[in-house]
Each structure stands twice: as structure tokens, then as C-alpha cells.
Design a protein around this ligand. Structure first.
Ligand code: HEC
Length: 161
């Protein structure tokens, strides 16, 4: 009696495993769009502002994957369902702030984006904490955060955004 029950459990387990693997395999057929739009360098933040190399490296390394059209997709972004989550962060990030189209923003929007960027870097909500685990260059030190904040603050003060 006991023996049969254990066999039933094994069967159920195998069924669940089979359907999970099949589901996982089928998920791979729902790809995400990873084609970046071409970048207009006249509208691109770091080009338009002629951002100094050091700061340019920080912004591009820490923000551009989600806030520009120059996203570099990591290997894990090719495996569903992780790929769906990555793409949704990128879509959302670009919707809020897209450095590639910076010069198409009006003055008010630029101003509020800079203030918000400063705030998010200060309180460490940006770059997204989950992301910096896998992206060393985005794991900004306190000194690097200060540099970025200073750069954005000076731009705000001088009105050169
Ligand atoms: C892994 C993706 C990712 C990275 C990297 C990233 N962001 Fe974001 N960012 C998002 C997402 C998603 C949102 C929208 C949802 C939210 O506010 O959490 C967002 C929102 C924002 C906003 C708007 C906040 C608001 O309240 O509207 C600002 C400003 C911002 N990010 C700045 C930055 C800056 C500056 C960096 C680099 C230092 C950065 N982000 C790096 C994904 C990212």
C-alpha cells in the first residue's frame, strides 16, 4: 500500500517536472525586442553637453542601459522569463528618462529630470539595486556619486541643461 503511494508521488513529481520544463522551453519562443533605435548624437545627453570623459563614463556605465537607446543586453537577458523582466525595466526606464533624446525635452522637463536624477543617486534608488549586483561599473562608490551629483547640480545652477 505504502509502496504504491510512493510510486504515485513519484509519478506526480515527474509530471510536474515534465510540464515545467516544457513550459520553460516554450517561454523561449516569446522573445523580447532588443534592437536599439539609432542614436541621434545631437540629441544625446553626453554628446550635446560635451560631458567630460570621467563623468561620461559614469553616466553611460551606470544609467545608459535603462535610460538610453544604447542598451547593452547581458547574457541573462536572453533567457525567458528573466528577459521579460529586464525588457520591462528598460521600457519603463526609457519612458521616465531617455538620455538619447535629451535635447527633445523642454526646459521644464530637463530641469525636473536633473533634480530627480540627483535625488535618486543621493538616496541610492538609482542605479537600480538589483542591477548593480551584476554590473560592477554601475556600483558607484560614494565619491563617484558625489561627482555625478555635482555635475548635475552645476548644470542646474548654470541653467545649461
Ligand atoms: C536597471 C535599469 C536602470 C538603471 C541602470 C537606472 N535606472 Fe533609473 N529608472 C529605472 C526604472 C525602471 C525607472 C522607473 C521606475 C522607478 O521609478 O523605479 C527609473 C526611473 C528613474 C528616474 C525617474 C524617477 C521618477 O521619480 O520619475 C530617474 C530620474 C532615474 N531613473 C535616474 C537614473 C540615473 C541617474 C541612473 C544612473 C545613475 C539610473 N536611473 C539608472 C531603471 C534604471
Amino acid at each position: 500500500m505504502k509502496y504504491y503511494r510512493r510510486r504515485d508521488k513519484m509519478k506526480t513529481f515527474k509530471k510536474i517536472l515534465f510540464w515545467s520544463l516544457l513550459g520553460f522551453a516554450l517561454m523561449q519562443f516569446i522573445p523580447t525586442d532588443k534592437v536599439n533605435k539609432p542614436v541621434d548624437h545631437k540629441a544625446n545627453f553626453v554628446d550635446a553637453k560635451n560631458t567630460p570623459d570621467k563623468i561620461r563614463g559614469l553616466v553611460k556605465g551606470a544609467c545608459y542601459d535603462c535610460h538610453s537607446n544604447e542598451t547593452v543586453y547581458p547574457k541573462y537577458a536572453y533567457i525567458a522569463p528573466i528577459s521579460w523582466s529586464v525588457k520591462s525595466h528598460i521600457n519603463e526606464g526609457r519612458e521616465h528618462l531617455n538620455f538619447s533624446v535629451w535635447e527633445t525635452y523642454n526646459k521644464d522637463l530637463k530641469k525636473s529630470m536633473l533634480s530627480e536624477a540627483i535625488e535618486t543617486i543621493q538616496n541610492k534608488t538609482m542605479p537600480m539595486p538589483g542591477y548593480i549586483v551584476y554590473h560592477k561599473e554601475a556600483n558607484l562608490s560614494d565619491a563617484e556619486r558625489t561627482l555625478l551629483i555635482k555635475y548635475f547640480e552645476e548644470m542646474l545652477k548654470s541653467g545649461t541643461y
